[in-house]
Design a protein around this ligand. Structure first.
Ligand code: GDP
Length: 197
């Protein structure tokens, strides 16, 4: 069993030389900037508080690692990796290129990657960046689409929102989620557990 309550920040890598390649399984979180990636990781422990506060776009182009221990031992069962967000508008071409190189290097020969959690906004149709990320993941890595900010939908809007997202994202594991209320947290924890078995 994973001990989410004891997950903790390990390091932030600005480039491939800082990536962790020690064979320990990894679960990566990707999404457009501001979709709530840090908040989702942060809400995994019931009382929160493990994620680094996200900074302004441009400064977030780092891969942040969190160690997730196995219950009853000090062994790290997996790293949760917070990938740099995509789709931010006001960054330079150079910054975008740096982002692309960082992502490419992260995914290259990363055999430890067990699951890619692609976070989208539950309220909106997926953007092209989301579709690109999904297309990349398909056939390469097991993935889970997590539709965050579900608390912003009225109960009566939820079915329709899921239908719209499903329509463009296709079949595959899908989870309606709210980092704010904790809706979906238990399902996400179970999915991470399964991905490591
Ligand atoms: P990141 O850039 O993807 O890491 O996004 P953050 O985790 O920094 O969140 C971006 C903004 O969205 C912050 O203002 C969060 O408080 C807010 N946010 C994140 N998750 C949720 C959610 O589930 N519901 C609501 N209402 N706001 C959220």
């Amino acid at each position: 069993m994973l001990k989410f309550e004891s997950a903790e920040f390990v390091k932030s890598a600005a480039g491939p030389e800082g990536f962790l390649r020690d064979g320990i399984p990894q679960i990566a979180f990707a999404g457009r900037s501001n979709v709530g990636k840090s908040s989702v990781i942060n809400c995994l422990p019931r009382h929160g508080g493990l994620s680094r506060v996200s900074a302004t776009p441009g400064k977030t182009a780092h891969v942040n690692y969190f160690a997730l221990p196995e219950a009853g031992s000090r062994r790290t069962a997996a790293y949760l990796t917070d990938l740099p967000g995509y789709g931010f508008a006001r960054v330079s071409a150079g910054e975008k290129q740096r982002w692309a190189r960082l992502m490419e290097a992260y995914f290259a020969e990363n055999e430890a990657l067990r699951l890619l959690v692609i976070i989208v906004d539950a309220r909106h149709e997926p953007k092209q960046d989301d579709l690109d990320m999904l297309a990349f993941a398909r056939g390469r890595y097991p993935y889970l689409i997590l539709a965050n900010k579900a608390d912003k939908l009225k109960a009566s809007q939820k079915d329709m929102a899921v239908e719209v997202l499903r329509e463009s994202l296709g079949t595959g594991a899908f989870l309606l989620f709210s980092a704010q209320t904790g809706e979906g947290r238990d399902s996400l924890r179970a999915a991470l557990q399964r991905a490591l078995e």
